[in-house]
Design a protein around this ligand. Structure first.
Ligand SMILES: Cc1cc2nc3c(=O)[nH]c(=O)nc-3n(C[C@H](O)[C@H](O)[C@H](O)COP(=O)(O)OP(=O)(O)OC[C@H]3O[C@@H](n4cnc5c(N)ncnc54)[C@H](O)[C@@H]3O)c2cc1C
Length: 415
């Protein structure tokens, strides 16, 4: 067995891969240009989902497309210039909006989420941070009956995938979440989904486990990746090199760019999303993350306040932040639920890495021995990170992964 593994990217996906590789007996170096967990993995809604089986490019997207293209909703905004530049990607993305492809994605994602949630629970226990974990499920709430009726198509896919959920009416929503104003007519509570009240602390806790067991974290930018005969040479901005027998590429929205240095053309973009914390209302505290479907945003109770997270913004990865979506979400949430002032000085933005089929890429790089891809976890990377790490550990050892990874095979695209 090759001994030394370099994991490129220290978001939750890279951290879990490093931890699992270490547990499998490898000597592991985790490289991130920042403190691990400070990009997209920092600011998500904290949902540890085993239920988010319906990908964005499902058949329902085609019906809502005309409305989305008006570019004024809270849940979705885009830069027309960005869409034009990447038109091929968007058309391909839309080509997956068929019932058959949605069912395929649902089955594949469900398997990865289920093993991941189990693993999260075990790692949280091992890291002794039980106070971060909550079990109250993940609540989707509807102001309009039409929206709930539309959501039934998603419930059918959830049924087929074996997801458990309960449906509640207006009066029951009051009992579930007394802190919410009674503007909602229907709710779906996904029973088995869990959550964390501080995603950054979760990553920190996993990094501590890794360090305590002898792992090495290097804070430096990867600027090159060379592979002649074994081993791999990871070139860093500081001028230092890291030599490794095997490499896991887990750099989130930056992964396609790094893979392109070796000639790969990965069909991946990023879905930008924002958050800001508000002071909780004087009403009873929210118990769980809540997706206001008609509002187009999520309210997630965190240690630092109520985190309002936005849907999708399609724009250049490094373009300046555009707060119009977040401001509208905050105004809506405050006016309905009485939340207080923003807690943080500045809003936060992250980039969800998304492939055209909304499935992550997990597996061996087709033309480079000892290189493994582990990215593209879109809206549910926090949820799917530990299972992806377990898959990586199996591949690094030349063993069969714990789930069928054919749907995630990098060679499903001509890259
Ligand atoms: C608003 C919002 C809400 C979300 N809510 C949820 C949720 O509730 N549940 C859920 O499961 N998911 C959620 N997600 C999605 C989830 O956050 C992402 O899928 C996940 O964080 C992706 O993790 P990652 O490790 O792949 O990427 P990242 O966290 O972005 O990590 C990539 C890392 O690579 C490093 N890197 C990049 N290039 C280099 C380089 N050249 N050299 C060194 N390091 C490099 C970066 O510094 C970064 O730390 C949400 C996302 C957003 C934006």
């Amino acid at each position: 067995m090759s001994k030394r593994v370099a994991v490129l990217g220290g978001g939750i996906v890279g951290v879990c891969a490093a931890l699992e590789a270490q547990k499998a007996g490898f000597e592991v170096v985790l490289i991130d240009r920042k403190k691990p967990g400070r990009e997209t993995s920092f600011g998500n809604a904290g949902v540890l989902s085993e239920s988010s089986v319906v990908v964005l490019n499902n058949p329902g997207l085609i019906k809502t497309l005309p409305k989305l293209l008006m570019n004024n909703g809270i849940g979705f905004r885009y830069s027309p210039w960005f869409v034009l530049k990447n038109l091929g990607w968007f058309l391909k993305f839309l080509s997956y909006c068929t019932p058959r492809k949605s069912r395929h994605a649902a089955k594949a994602l469900r398997a990865l989420m289920v093993i991941s949630l189990e693993r999260h629970k075990a790692l949280i226990k091992e890291a002794k941070v039980d106070e971060l974990l909550r079990y109250q499920g993940w609540l989707k709430i509807f102001r309009k009956t039409e929206s709930f009726e539309r959501f039934k198509a998603e419930m059918k896919i959830m049924d087929d995938a074996g997801v458990r959920y309960s449906v509640y009416d207006q009066s029951q929503i009051r009992q579930l979440e007394p802190g919410l104003e009674p503007i909602y007519k229907h709710a779906v509570l996904v029973d088995d989904t869990c959550g964390v009240n501080n995603p950054a602390k979760l990553t920190d806790a996993y990094v501590d486990l890794f360090l305590t067991a002898g792992g090495v974290v290097i804070e430096d930018s990867v600027i090159g990746l060379d592979h002649g005969t074994q081993p791999w040479v990871v070139r860093l901005q500081s001028g230092n090199d890291v030599i490794a027998d095997q490499v896991v590429l887990a750099a989130g929205a930056w992964s396609a760019e790094i893979a392109s240095w070796l000639g790969y053309r990965i069909p991946m973009l990023w879905e930008r999303g924002y958050h800001r914390h508000l002071e909780p209302a004087k009403a009873p505290a929210l118990k769980r993350a809540i997706h206001d479907i008609d509002g187009g945003y999520v309210m997630a109770p965190m240690q630092t306040g109520v985190r309002i997270t936005t849907g999708v913004e399609m724009r250049d990865r490094d373009a300046e932040m555009n707060f119009s979506q977040l401001d509208a979400a905050i105004e809506d949430a405050r006016s309905h639920h009485g939340f207080g002032e923003p807690v943080d000085a500045e809003p936060w933005m992250g980039r969800r890495p998304t492939l055209v089929d909304s499935l992550p890429m997990l597996g061996s790089a087709p033309r480079h021995e000892g290189l493994f891809f582990n990215f593209g976890h879109q809206h549910i990377g926090l949820s799917m990170a530990p299972g992806s790490g377990q898959v990586m550990a199996a591949l690094l050892q030349g063993q069969t992964p714990p789930i069928d990874i054919a749907p995630f095979n990098p060679s499903r695209f001509p890259i």
